[in-house]
Design a protein around this ligand. Structure first.
Ligand code: GLC
Length: 665
């Protein structure tokens, strides 16, 4: 008889998270008595850090001290076994009960606070072995009841009750006969599906059987899964997306496991792998092993993961009509943790998110540390998504207010200071420097000498774009495609700016599309710049990979942007281009050279998000109504807030009367 794998989650950290929820398809004899044990430890960091040493932990921390690291043989592999199937039952019951009891001995409450505005406090209530329920301080009876009933559907039972509401059939208005290329793409996408305890949970990044060194391309990347998820959702296959959202939620961490340092709670992993771990007596269990950057090349922080997770959660609701998922208490808490992390105060002076290099799709050194556009556009979208999804109650009122404030400040900042077109470049060209005052025109002290030579020739009469990054005395004038496309999709840009970005792409078609859509950024860093900014990265040589390579996956975002702006013909042109080459070239990850002529030097073949990006583009083009669920129009109320805030603070005088003119465009 084939053994069923058991299910758990691996944590490499010293004070790693663990969970007390049953996993799908692993029904244990004690399910009834334990099924109400639905406390998600991942969401209770302080609580967790107060736990005494448990088997598998190499690090102990208490309420007042930072975790210290006790070397252990098992150090990098330290785990908490919180449940197994097939025989481990007795032991696991014991572990769970002991943890539950320890929880109550060592901690009573935690709170999450954003910007000291005390958005919401969450605490844990219960007694030994009693069901644990998440409640709010400002208790509202109906909310409590609601949450309890939602919490019945615990993190492990992700495929059951709530999927009843799924509109799994007939999602597409237009179901056309699939072409041979589409059929092939679907087959490849299905082959890339990863299962966990017998259920689909994501897709591997690449699935090339000939690749003997997959590195981490055999993992499920959160950002890579988004186009796969959309393709599945559009096809009416929602289960995999639901599983993905719930299981990655369980992986959500409050800790970084690099060099004894803990980050803010709410971080989502860059990727995870389903591992098979042998147990005694020829048994094995499946475990989810997340990577928060501690194994990633360059140890990069996956800032975009949580933002994508929120964006996908909204898309799931919109496409399936199943809003019960986003209403669940654990999901609501997950959203809040991500937001808390993004909205917490730091040393930052701008409404944009401050991040390290490589914290997004470009996940290695490329000179995008600071306030890269891609992160800002995803941040803006995630805020808009969250505002829609947060349950409207007293507990989230302050959070929603903070979201609105940030949305208006962020859009003002990006629209005003990231935007370049002929007129703006000419303004910068004539900037005075060293202006000391609150109403300086050249606020960031940009030296006109920074305007690169290529830009002077390149900028078209008609059209413009949002620059890649803005810091004191630094404008990164490179065109970054994902940030610009996602600014269109989310309406981070003004309607006029959004239109102008597409005009620019059309005007610069040969540069940005060439033989294969779409350049990840333009132009490439060359010579000294490449040496200094990338650190002589041999993978990011000029016009390769992140440094001006062409990435087919960006096709779906381009399609969505074009559809929003009423230019589907532009998207079709790009899809046609890609369709001719992708299957012949075995669906590469990226293309090299100035106009995307060659398959990338180190590009993986059968790259899942290249395949899924193509399929999603095709389906979106055929179903404009569904596409319209995935983009946002201008929010005029936000603009009002922005103008009012400027007026109240006496700073209505901005360099281009931006807020007001933003309303007019
Ligand atoms: C590369 C890409 C990154 C992607 C990963 C897996 O590292 O830069 O964006 O998520 O591959 O495909």
């Amino acid at each position: 008889m084939a053994l069923k794998p058991c299910c758990r989650i691996l944590f490499h950290g010293r004070n790693s998270a663990f969970y007390g929820f049953p996993s799908p398809k692993c029904h244990l004899p004690y399910t009834n008595s334990q099924s109400s044990f639905r406390f998600n430890y991942a969401h209770y960091p302080k609580l967790y850090s107060n736990l005494p040493r448990l088997s598998g932990f190499g690090c102990v921390s208490d309420r007042t001290r930072k975790p210290f690291c006790a070397p252990s043989l098992n150090w990098s592999q330290s785990r908490v076994l919180y449940r197994t199937c097939n025989g481990g039952v007795g032991r696991d019951v014991h572990v769970i009960r002991r943890v539950a009891s320890d929880v109550f001995n060592y901690s009573t409450s935690i709170e999450t606070v954003v910007n000291e505005r005390n958005f919401e406090r969450i605490y844990v209530q219960g007694a030994n072995a009693e069901p644990l329920v998440v409640e709010r301080f400002d208790k509202d009876e109906s909310i409590g009841r609601d949450e309890e009933s939602r919490a019945e559907d615990d993190g492990g039972n992700v495929n059951k009750d709530n999927s009843k509401g799924l509109h799994t059939a007939g999602v597409l208005n237009s179901v056309k006969e699939e072409s041979a290329v589409e059929k092939e793409a679907w087959k490849l996408l299905q082959n890339a599906v990863v299962s966990y305890c017998g259920n689909p949970i994501g897709t591997v990044a690449a699935n090339d059987p000939a690749d003997k060194q997959p590195l981490n391309y055999d993992q499920v990347f959160l950002r890579d899964f988004v186009p796969s998820a959309l393709a599945f959702l559009l096809k009416g296959e929602a289960e995999i997306v639901r599983n993905f959202l719930l299981h990655t939620l369980q992986l959500q961490s409050w800790e970084k496991t690099v060099d004894c340092y803990s980050p803010g709670q709410g971080l989502m992993p860059a990727s995870f792998k389903v591992r098979s771990v042998p147990l005694d007596e020829n048994k094995f269990e499946e475990v989810l092993d997340p990577d928060f950057g501690e194994s990633a090349i360059g140890r990069v922080a996956p800032v975009d993961s949580g933002l994508w997770w929120i964006i996908l959660l909204r898309a799931y609701g919109k496409i399936t009509g199943d809003y019960t998922l986003q209403e669940r208490v654990d999901v609501q808490t997950g959203i809040k943790l991500i937001l808390n992390l993004c909205l917490s105060d730091g040393f930052d002076m701008f409404p944009t998110l401050l991040v390290t290099d490589g914290s997004c799709m470009i996940d290695r050194r490329m000179g995008i540390h600071g306030h890269p556009l891609e992160i800002q556009a995803l941040f803006y979208s995630a805020l808009r998504c969250s505002r829609e999804m947060l349950s409207a109650d007293e507990g989230s009122k302050n959070l929603v207010r903070a979201i609105n404030d940030r949305l208006s400040a962020l859009s003002f900042h990006v629209r005003e200071y990231y935007w370049v077109d002929m007129k703006k470049i000419n303004e910068i060209y004539r900037y005075k420097t060293e202006e000391y005052s609150t109403d300086a025109t050249n606020k960031f002290n940009i030296y006109p000498e920074q305007i690169p030579h290529w830009l002077v020739d390149w900028i078209p009469e008609k059209g413009g774009y949002l620059i890649g990054n803005l810091q004191p005395a630094h404008m990164d004038f490179r065109f970054f495609t994902l940030g610009n496309l996602w600014s269109i999709v989310s309406s981070l840009g003004t309607p006029r700016q959004n239109k102008a970005v597409l005009n620019l792409i059309e005007d610069k078609w040969d540069d940005l599309m060439g033989h294969m859509p779409i350049k990840i950024c333009y132009p490439a860093l060359e010579y000294e710049e490449w040496r200094i900014i990338t650190g002589s990265d041999p993978k990011n040589t000029p016009w390769s990979y992140h440094n001006g390579g062409s990435w087919p996956t960006l096709l779906w975002q381009f399609t969505l942007a074009c559809m929003k702006m009423g230019r589907p013909e532009l998207a079709r042109k790009a899809v046609d281009l890609a369709e001719k080459r992708l299957p012949l070239d075995s669906w590469p990850e990226y293309y090299d050279t100035r106009n995307g002529k060659f398959i990338g030097k180190q590009a993986r073949l059968y790259q899942t998000w290249s395949i899924a990006g193509y399929l999603t583009s095709k389906m979106l083009l055929d179903n404009p109504e569904i596409a319209s669920l995935l983009y946002w129009e201008e929010d005029y109320e936000l603009l009002e807030i922005c103008v009012c805030a400027l007026r109240d603070s006496g700073r209505i005088k901005c360099s281009r009367g931006a807020a007001k003119s933003q309303i007019l465009v």
